[in-house]
Every structure is written in structure tokens, then in C-alpha cells.
Design a protein around this ligand. Structure first.
Ligand code: 0O2
Length: 206
């Protein structure tokens, strides 16, 4: 366990900011349920990146071990995953986040339209949020950054499995597993599209 406190004096605020953003997302979800009778997302998971993992990330990127590197250069100390039932819900959540007045999207990566070579599909955002807390930027807005990952349930299960494999260094037949995982990701993506189409057909009946 490291003794370096890479988040410095800002560490204690991170969990509170994560919870505040989760509350805002829950309000968006409730509004969608009230207006459209369909949930925006199935569930949310939030985490504050462990200091050890952040130190490892800063070292990997050749950044000095400082709160500025961890909170401004990396921007994923606070992470929230929005897990949706259908692909359309991912894009609906994205539209609502683009319109939200409590955050600004400063970076987007669409790994759904352009999946990663291993089959990973997810939509990543970096949100800039204003908080009542002191910020590493020393601005009056109390600026913090939050990484949002949006994906379907199917893709979330896949990513958990793939993540497990990455951390299990003792695997002997990894080439075969990587191939199987890619095949599985493509099948899940195809199922996501089929389920989306079926949902549209059902709704057209209304
Ligand atoms: P953790 O523990 O999940 O936080 P950077 O974030 O700058 O290092 P980049 O390329 O900007 O790099 O990040 P990107 O592509 O937006 O991905 C960041 C996060 O997405 C990762 O965080 C993972 O959570 C997830 N991710 C990206 N690619 C994959 C993948 O191929 N498989 C799985 N399972 N997850 C992926 P961390 O920091 O790696 O880890």
C-alpha cells in the first residue's frame, strides 16, 4: 500500500462529488420515466479511482505524482458507468447530458460506432462540473472532472469478463480467449441491435 496521497487535500471531496453527479443522473432518469414511461438507464455504478491505481496511471503517462496530474491531466479520478437496456437509451442519455446545465462535456469517445479491436463497445465522456469545493485549478467555480462510461447491459457483462482476463496474468491460452471474447462482443452487439429493432416494432404498435 502506497503512502503517497496523490489527491492531496482534494481527496475527501471526490466521493461527495461522485454522489452529487449520481443524484443529478437519477433526476434525469426519473424525469424520463415520468415523461416517456421508459427508464433512461438500468443502473449506475460510481467509483473513486484508488490512489494506487492513479499513481500507476500517472507513472505510465510520465506525469509528476501530484494532485494536478491526477485531477486535471487524467480526469478520471471520479468515474460513473451508466448501464442501459438498449443502445438507443445510451444515445438518449447522451442527448440529455449534452443539454444539461449542470455539466459541460469536454471530451467524447464513441467506441460504439467504432469499437476497439478487441470488441470493446462503450461511449466515454469527460464532464466538467462546478462544485462548492476547492479545486486543483484554484478557480472560483470549484471545477472537477468526471468520466462517464455509457454502455448496454450486454456490453457491460462483456467488459467485466474482459477486464478479469486482463488482470489474470496466469492464463496460458490467452490468444484463444481473446479470439473468443471478440466473437462474443460482435454477437452481443448484433443482439443489441436486434433487441433495439424489436422494441421499436413493439412501440409502433402503440
Ligand atoms: P479503470 O480501473 O476501469 O478506471 P486514459 O484514460 O487516458 O488512460 P484513454 O485511452 O483516454 O486512456 O481511456 P479510454 O479509452 O477512454 O478508457 C478509459 C477506461 O475505459 C478504462 O479505464 C476502462 O475502464 C475502460 N476501457 C477502455 N478500454 C477498455 C477495454 O478494452 N476493455 C475494458 N474492459 N475496459 C476498457 P482504466 O483507467 O483502464 O481502468
Amino acid at each position: 500500500m502506497t503512502m503517497i496521497k496523490i489527491y492531496g487535500e482534494f481527496g475527501p471531496y471526490l466521493s461527495q462529488i461522485k454522489d452529487d453527479v449520481i443524484k443529478k443522473l437519477a433526476i434525469l432518469n426519473q424525469r424520463e420515466c415520468d415523461n416517456n414511461s421508459t427508464k433512461l438507464y438500468e443502473h449506475l455504478i460510481g467509483r473513486v479511482k484508488a490512489e494506487d491505481s492513479m499513481i500507476e496511471k500517472c507513472q505510465r503517462k510520465g506525469l509528476p505524482l501530484s494532485p494536478h496530474s491526477a485531477l486535471y491531466e487524467c480526469r478520471d479520478a471520479i468515474g460513473i458507468r451508466i448501464v442501459c437496456n438498449f443502445i438507443d437509451d445510451v444515445y438518449r442519455a447522451l442527448t440529455l447530458l449534452r443539454a444539461a446545465d449542470w455539466c459541460e462535456i469536454v471530451k467524447e469517445k464513441d467506441y460504439i460506432t467504432r469499437s476497439k479491436p478487441n470488441g470493446y463497445r462503450s461511449y466515454h465522456l469527460i464532464l466538467k462540473v462546478t462544485t462548492p469545493y476547492p479545486s486543483v485549478l484554484a478557480d472560483t467555480a470549484g471545477t472537477y472532472f468526471v468520466e462517464i462510461q455509457l454502455r448496454t447491459i450486454a456490453m457491460d457483462s462483456w467488459a467485466s469478463l474482459e477486464h478479469e482476463m486482463k488482470y489474470k496474468h496466469s492464463i496460458t491460452n490467452s490468444k484463444q480467449i481473446v479470439k473468443e471474447l471478440k466473437r462474443c462482443a460482435d454477437q452481443l452487439a448484433s443482439c443489441d441491435v436486434q433487441m433495439q429493432t424489436i422494441r421499436q416494432l413493439i412501440h409502433e404498435e402503440d
